[in-house]
Design a protein around this ligand. Structure first.
Ligand code: SF4
Length: 357
């Protein structure tokens, strides 16, 4: 995908600034420090799209902000809603022409926003459409937040949960991911409880240690997908660098240091990781960790990576439940609109090809 060059006149997005950056700016502009909080609340609590609308600021300050910054919003290119379960997928265009996707998943009372952290992803997990794109660039904090603001505006409601499980590996864009989560999880910012924000990693170990050492208040999930190093290397090349034993060591470090539970995501792939033996090994390796396991039948269109049969899935689930009762089987939400885990971007590629023909 070839990026469209940003116009030279493009102003900086104010959504890329933290509240501390705003404080420093107000100081530099000779404004009282509380102005930073007023701007912050105007942007995230009230979701204002123009400085003019933040009426508790002086006219001069609004003008100065307007001359210097923009309150950027993503351009909606496409949106699809699943007729089956109302899952909604959005395709956005960034200011430089790159495209990303985000998804809204409804489950009971929960409204979960699944957001992207990179354009593409460098990790090449074999069952994942995004992985086939390679990495095009990291998103900025503002671009990550824009997805949430935009979807909240569209559904005229706020999410109950946010998961960083869209395009990209969050731990490889750590600073921007944490900066965005701080705004989203700040009661004076967007206002979601931090534990309702989940950062998900495919196993970038240094990121897990950093997350633990910095005592981040957000939830952590690891996309495990196999407990056999050889199999994991085949389906997730990142495992060559970060083997399972070291990954589980990092997971334990996090749970012990934070006192919190960790979630293991386990995508069930027929012929790779879904036997009763795999289930037993999964329990053996994780039972002493403060954790829960989410099992998700694979969503790949690739004939090599298919979900196991319903019967096999049930046996796997029972084999884990027999021993630990910590497993949830997630439904394949958004499957038919290519919005489920591992499917983001594939549909855009197909559509593009179709429209060229
Ligand atoms: S599953 Fe996640 S980490 Fe793996 S290639 Fe896809 S987006 Fe990247």
């Amino acid at each position: 995908m070839k990026p469209i060059e940003a116009k030279e006149t493009d102003k900086k997005s104010i959504l890329d600034l933290s509240v501390d950056d705003l404080r420093a700016l107000m100081k530099q502009w000779g404004e009282p420090a509380y102005r930073a909080r007023q701007i912050y609340e105007g942007l995230y609590k009230h979701g204002h799209k123009s400085f003019e609308a933040i009426t508790n600021l002086s006219k001069d300050l609004r003008q100065k902000l307007n001359d210097t910054f923009t309150i950027r919003r993503l351009r909606q290119v496409d949106a699809v809603t699943s007729a089956k379960d109302e899952t909604r997928k959005f395709l956005w265009q960034l200011h430089d022409g790159y495209k990303i996707e985000s998804v809204i998943i409804y489950e009971g009372k929960r409204t979960t926003f699944c957001i992207s952290s990179q354009v593409g992803c460098p990790l090449d997990c074999k069952f994942c459409a995004t992985g086939k794109m390679g990495l095009l660039r990291n998103l900025t904090p503002g671009e990550i937040i824009e997805q949430v603001l935009q979807m909240s505006e569209i559904i005229e409601n706020r999410p109950s949960n946010i998961v960083y499980m869209g395009m990209g590996e969050p731990m490889l864009n750590y600073e921007a991911v944490i900066a965005s989560a701080r705004v989203l999880g700040d009661m004076e910012g967007f206002g979601l409880a931090p534990r309702r924000i989940t950062i998900s990693t495919s196993g970038v170990i240094p990121g897990i240690y950093r997350f633990a050492d910095e005592e981040q208040p957000f939830s952590l999930a690891i996309s495990l997908n196999s407990v056999d190093d050889e199999v994991r290397k085949q389906i997730m090349p990142i495992s060559k660098k970060y083997p399972i034993e070291k990954l589980l060591h990092a997971a334990r470090y996090y749970t012990e240091k934070s006192g919190r539970l960790i979630t293991f995501e386990y995508v069930l792939l027929d012929k790779f990781n879904s036997t009763q033996q795999d289930a037993r090994k999964l329990v053996k390796l994780t039972h002493s960790l403060k954790s829960k396991i989410n099992v998700i039948p694979c969503n790949s269109d690739d004939p090599l990576y298919r979900p196991p049969s319903k019967e096999k899935t049930a046996v796997f689930r029972e084999s884990v439940n027999d021993r630990s009762r910590r497993i949830t089987l997630r439904k394949r939400k958004g499957w038919e609109i290519q919005a489920a885990c591992g499917q983001l971007y594939a549909e855009n590629e197909k559509r593009k090809k179709k429209s060229k023909n």
